[in-house]
Ligand binder design. Structure first.
Ligand code: TRP
Length: 443
């Protein structure tokens, strides 16, 4: 029998775990900092409602209806016109399997950095400066070791299956994540200078909305954050009972994901202003510092200025990021594993080993040839593959999937569902096309 989630809450925590990742704790606050503060927050919320929740609903529905891995699911539902649709569906499914492995290879590298920094902060707490330095200074061996450690973590959970591995661990890790986040927010909020950060984050200024990239940036971020476009949500949807209410579940998962991204902003933007108050440099060319510098330079330096609590804050912060990453890697790993399990008849143990080995090979290549390969791989997966697959999912739900398409049947009965159906088949693909064209021409 096919493995499945045991409870509704277990599913919600696992799917929210997939969604809540580095994209929330690191990516979202960075985008807020670089795109006009509160203006980004406002546009993001709108985009989540009009594009991301429909996309999540679509991806979950496809998996739920097909009760199969993305290759089989897309092949099964995209039957029109005849064979052509099925072949196209399978191809996009395979693209998802490959994309998941590529994404896992760079995601594990970043996750490894987080774990190394967590242990590095711990080393500082126990007054062991040599270990601190080795763990927080980038080097080939450090990156390789921590990719391996993180891969073992991912593998250990997924090899146990959906209900005994993914569900059990999501139930443990997600509450811990929320507690860590709240503790950190509370601590930073009490520091001098935090108030200005709250204002920048929560009070939109008209000038903030003038950024021409705002909407496309928000759409890209929302897609990534809700884990759409690599089959991660599709495979989780396939492990739901037949009678699950996908619309409600999609809204719950999106709400949790968005709440956690919002809370991460409440931590990081004020932290930047606290750092500024301490005379640290937190902006360049009028933009707040984001990306790697923010996480690995500005915040650690800020923590170090906070006396005895500092190393523990650093530890909690990087532990938070590591946990967020782990609940995401397990969902992505389940995509190729389920494919090998169901469509290629491997045992779960063997499928897990093969997938972990494949990720390891790509990750090693990315660590060794970091400069030419890393940024390219990230861009390929996030800017090209996610919107393209998302577009295809909408086309499947809106145009190709004819029999037992629940939304399509409901659309015939009530105008509200008809409106929703047309929103999904027309407006959402057009919005994605816009992202796609913008990315293609803006480079
Ligand atoms: N959503 C995760 C984050 O915010 C990343 C992620 C996990 C993901 N699984 C995915 C992104 C599947 C796209 C597709 O970090």
């Amino acid at each position: 029998m096919r493995d499945s989630f045991r409870t509704r809450l277990g599913f919600i925590l696992a799917a929210a775990g997939s969604a809540v990742g580095l994209g929330n704790i690191w990516g979202f606050p960075t985008q807020v900092a670089n795109h006009g503060g509160a203006a980004f927050l406002v546009v993001y919320l709108v985009v989540v409602v009009i594009l991301a929740i429909p996309a999540l609903y679509t991806e979950l529905s496809i998996g739920h209806q097909a009760q199969a891995n993305p290759v089989a699911a897309l092949g099964k539902l995209a039957q029109r016109p005849h064979r052509l649709g099925a072949g196209l569906g399978k191809s996009v499914g395979l693209l998802n399997v490959g994309g998941a492995i590529l994404m896992l290879s760079f995601y594990h590298i970043i996750a490894g950095w987080m774990l190394a920094h967590a242990l590095g902060s711990l080393a500082l707490a126990v007054d062991w400066p040599e270990a601190h330095k080795a763990l927080t200074t980038s080097s080939l061996w450090r990156d390789l070791v921590f990719v391996a450690v993180f891969l073992i973590g991912t593998g250990t959970i997924v090899v146990r299956g959906v209900s005994n591995g993914i569900e059990v661990w999501s139930r443990r890790l997600m509450p811990l994540l929320v507690v860590l986040l709240l503790v950190l927010i509370g601590y930073i909020a009490m520091q001098p200078g935090a108030g200005a950060g709250f204002a920048r984050y929560l009070q939109p200024s008209m000038a903030g909305f003038s950024d021409p990239n705002l909407v496309v940036a928000a759409m890209g971020q929302a897609f990534f954050s809700l884990s759409i476009g690599l089959g991660g949500m599709m495979i989780y949807g396939s492990y739901l009972n037949r009678d699950a209410n996908i619309g409600q579940l999609a809204i719950s998962v999106a709400a949790l994901d968005t709440l956690i991204a919002f809370l991460a902003g409440l931590l990081i933007i004020p932290a930047l202003y606290v750092a500024m108050g301490q005379g640290m440099q937190v902006s360049e060319n009028g933009q707040l510092i984001g990306e790697a510098q923010l996480i690995f330079n500005v915040l650690p330096e800020l923590f170090q200025r906070m006396g005895a609590a500092g190393p523990w804050l650093g530890f909690f912060f990087f532990l938070l990021l590591s946990i967020a990453a782990l609940t995401s890697t397990i969902s992505l790993a389940e995509v190729p594993i389920a494919y090998l399990l169901e469509s290629r008849q491997h045992s779960r143990r063997r499928a897990t080993t093969l997938v972990i080995a494949a990720i390891a090979i790509f990750a090693i290549a990315l660590v060794i040839w970091f400069v030419p390969l890393f940024a390219w791989t990230v861009a390929y997966v996030t800017k090209f593959q996610l919107p393209l697959s998302g577009l295809f999912y909408f086309i499947v739900l809106g145009w190709l999937w004819s029999r037992s398409n629940k939304l399509k049947d409901q659309a015939q009965q009530h105008w509200r569902f008809r409106l929703l159906f047309w929103h999904l088949r027309l407006i959402c693909p057009l919005l994605l096309l816009w992202v796609f064209i913008d990315v293609a021409f803006a480079g």
